[in-house]
Structure formats: C-alpha cells, structure tokens
Design a protein around this ligand. Structure first.
Ligand SMILES: *Cc1c(COP(=O)(O)O)cnc(C)c1O
Length: 430
C-alpha cells in the first residue's frame, strides 16, 4: 500500500466525476474499517460519527454478519438472484416477519425494490398513485427522499432539485412541523388546504414524510403533529408514506421511527441500514390492500442482493430478537444529548436538534458547522453537517458504538468547536 496518499491517489482528481461529494471533506484514502473506526492508508484512525449516513447502524464489519457472509460465499450461495426464491431471502423474510413486523402488529407486505433508497421511494410513490388513481403527492419543506426524478420532486433541497434538468412535478410542498417556529400550526394549515376544494391543492394520492428529517436538518416532528397528519391522510383518502430510510433501523431509538407514536403508515420505505452491513438493499412495506402492482409492473434487476439478505437476517436476529439492544439506545442517546448540550451552550444561539441517536446541534451558519467538522476530522473524527444551509453538526454514530468511544468522539467534537469559535478569522469577523 503506498504511503503517500496524495501522490499515489491523484486518480480521484484526475478521473472521478465532479459529482463526488463526501470524499472532498474527508480527503484521505481509507483502507479498513471495523466497528466505529476507519483507518486510512497512512494508518491513521478515525472515529466514525457519519456511519455511511446511517447505513452502518451496527458499525463496520460486524463479526457475525461477516462470518455469515463468508460462509455463504464459501458454499457457493447465490450472489445475484433477480427476485428468485432463495434460501437467503426466505431466511431474511422469516426473521423480519418474526422479530419486526409481527411484534409491532404490522400486516405489511415486503416489496423488494432496486437497491437504493431512492428506488424504494419511487416504488412507494408509484404504488400510492396506482392504488388511489390520483397523482398529487404532498411532501414537506426540507424533506429529503432521494435524487431520481420522482423522488427528487418530493425532495425540498434547492441544490439537488437544480440538478434535475427538467420539470419536477406531481408534488405539492407543505410546511413541516415547526416551519414557522410556533407562530402557525402547520397541521392546521395542511387541513385547510386539503379541505378547501378551491385551495388549489389537488386531492393527494399520498402524504410523504420523514418523522425526523435527516438531510433537512434533524427537524423532529412531534407526536401530536404526526398523528394529525396521519388522520388527515385517512380523512382525505391519501396513503401515509413514512420514509424511514435514515430514521429507521433503530436510529431514533426504536426499529421504526414512528413506533411509539400510535400510527400505522400505509407504506414505509427502508434502505440505508436494512442490510446491516452497508450492502445495497432497499424495501418498501405496503399494507396488503395497497399492494397493487402486477407481476414485474415495477421491477429491477438488482432486487435480489442475496449477500445483503444474509447480513440483514443476522442483523435482525442479533439486535432485534429481544429488547436489550433497544434499551441501550436510550442510554446512549442521553449521553450524546448531554454532551451536545455542552456544545450548544458554547455556541451563541446554539440549539440541539433531533431525536434518539439522530442528534445534532444547530450552530447558526453553514460556515461554522463546516469549520467544526473540518477541525474534527484533523483530530480523528468523521462527522458531517445537515440542514438547508448545512448549519447543523450531525452525530450519526453507529448504534453499537461503546460509551467510551462516544465520549472520545464527543471530546474531539467539543474541542473542535472551541477551536473554531476561538479562531482569529472568526473573532475578526464579529
Ligand atoms: C438517503 C435517503 C434517501 C435516498 O436514499 P439513496 O440510497 O441515497 O437513494 C431517501 N430518503 C431518506 C430519508 C434518506 O435519508
């Protein structure tokens, strides 16, 4: 392995598309990863508070998932299986039914879509449109649902929308919970728009939302708001789609982000951490009465990533077959919350955002957030920003991160924030 990463890996700048993104902020060459740490070509290690944007909720290379995958490959188990019946898919579906769906009283069918989150969202939007015979989908300010054209229409972010190169339609945007910071109940607003036949909003096929907006700035909707929106969907003949791609798989403290809220979405999308191992896998859960696609009407070559089924089955059995893992999430969330309160206290106007293990601090400006993250990376912590101006420093540590490593990472984050606030450029600007 070359030791001088910058010289030997100039290939990235020379050949990789300008569309590359995360690699620009974490400019080194990673070679190995285990648990909550990554190692680069210079043998430096980094604590991972990014976790593949919550695709690695159980950390890197979980030993049990890794062994199951090695065994599967060594015995010539299928790698690719279209959507054929395979032993690995059966085992995943059995585990998912037994440990996730049944205990939560969910009768949803599991639709395997193409392997990315956007694929699951596209399937969800198409299903809702076909099931209701309507086209309009209600989505919310600062929602993020992926960047394929259908999903991008529902995504709020102007930069991402700007890349579309065509009109994005079929979606009506409504203000999310708290959009007017207390001066307007946005559920009342939504109700008025849906009830007034002359509001200009067509009867929706679906209301699509994240319960905590991952990319949009860790805005967490209240239980009251979510219940009202769910009821409005029902009253107006629209399906409720919860996009749990980032907030699901334990990230908010329970397997689904809506579990404790007394609502049952008609459709749920999962991707990111569903494979458990960081392998591409996505699915759309749908109530049986809305499971209306004919055979292959919505298809895709890579709906049977058998390697992902193997690791996903292990993830479900290992972490979700009893309450022990979930109980620890509440403790870790409290720890992160306490330390982030210290961070919020040193930043003028700093505010804690999010819920569960999806927490962050609004530091006011994207420039300060980026500076904090860059300084953290220099000191061995990978952490990213989110929000409409990138003004939220966002902690997405693997859920399996030990308390010692969480504290170590949070120590780095606090000292990075202190250094950024003390920087001469910043003091001069004030
Ligand atoms: C990441 C994400 C998506 C898109 O998933 P991709 O795998 O990047 O296509 C959709 N919705 C939410 C909430 C996400 O966080």
């Amino acid at each position: 392995m070359p030791t001088d990463a910058s010289a030997e890996f100039s290939v990235f700048k020379r050949r990789e598309s300008e569309a590359r993104s995360y690699c620009r902020g974490f400019d080194t060459v990673f070679t190995r990863a285990r648990g909550s740490e990554l190692t680069d070509a210079k043998d430096r290690s980094y604590i991972d508070f990014l976790a593949g944007c919550s695709s690695l909720n159980y950390g890197h290379n979980d030993p049990d998932m890794k062994q199951a995958l090695i065994d599967h490959i060594a015995s010539d188990g299928l790698a690719h299986g279209l959507d054929l019946h395979t032993d690995a898919k059966a085992a995943f579906l059995d585990a998912f039914e037994t440990h996730i769906l049944k205990p939560r009283g969910m009768d949803h069918k599991v639709m395997f879509t193409g392997p990315t989150g956007a694929n699951a969202v596209e399937a969800a939007m198409k299903l809702a449109r076909k099931a209701t015979g309507r086209t309009n989908v209600i989505a919310f300010t600062n929602g993020f649902h992926g960047v394929t054209l259908g999903a991008l229409a529902a995504t709020g972010n102007g930069y991402h929308r700007g890349g579309a190169g065509t009109t994005l339609n079929g979606v009506t945007r409504m203000p999310y919970d708290g959009y007017f910071a207390g001066s307007c109940d946005t559920a009342d607003f939504l109700e008025a728009m849906l009830t007034d036949r002359s509001s200009g909003v067509d009867a929706p096929a679906a209301i699509l939302l994240e319960t905590v907006q991952g990319e949009g700035g860790l805005n967490a909707a209240s239980e009251t708001w979510l219940k009202r929106v769910a009821q409005l969907a029902k009253d107006h003949g629209a399906l409720l789609i919860v996009d749990d791609i980032q907030a699901g798989c334990g990230r908010t403290g329970t397997f689904f982000s809506f579990e404790k809220m007394g609502l049952t979405p008609d459709i749920v999308t999962l991707a990111k951490s569903i494979s458990g191992f960081g392998l591409p896998m996505a699915l759309t859960l749908v109530r049986p009465e809305h499971d209306v696609f004919g055979p292959a009407e919505h298809n895709g070559t890579f709906r049977g990533n058998t390697h992902a089924f193997v690791t996903a089955r292990v993830a479900i059995e290992k972490f979700w077959s009893d309450d022990r893992f979930q109980a620890r999430l509440a403790e870790k969330s409290a720890l992160i919350g306490d330390r982030l309160a210290d961070l919020a206290a040193i930043v003028p106007g700093g505010k804690i955002k999010g819920r569960g293990m999806m927490l962050g601090v609004d530091v006011g400006t994207g420039a300060l957030a980026a500076d904090i993250c860059a300084r953290a990376f220099d000191k061995g912590l990978m952490i990213e920003t989110s929000g409409n101006e990138g003004q939220i420093v966002k902690v997405l540590a693997p859920l399996t991160t030990s308390e010692a490593t969480l504290n170590k990472g949070l120590d780095i984050l606090l000292s990075a924030a202190n250094a950024a606030l003390d920087a001469p450029e910043r003091i001069a600007a004030e």
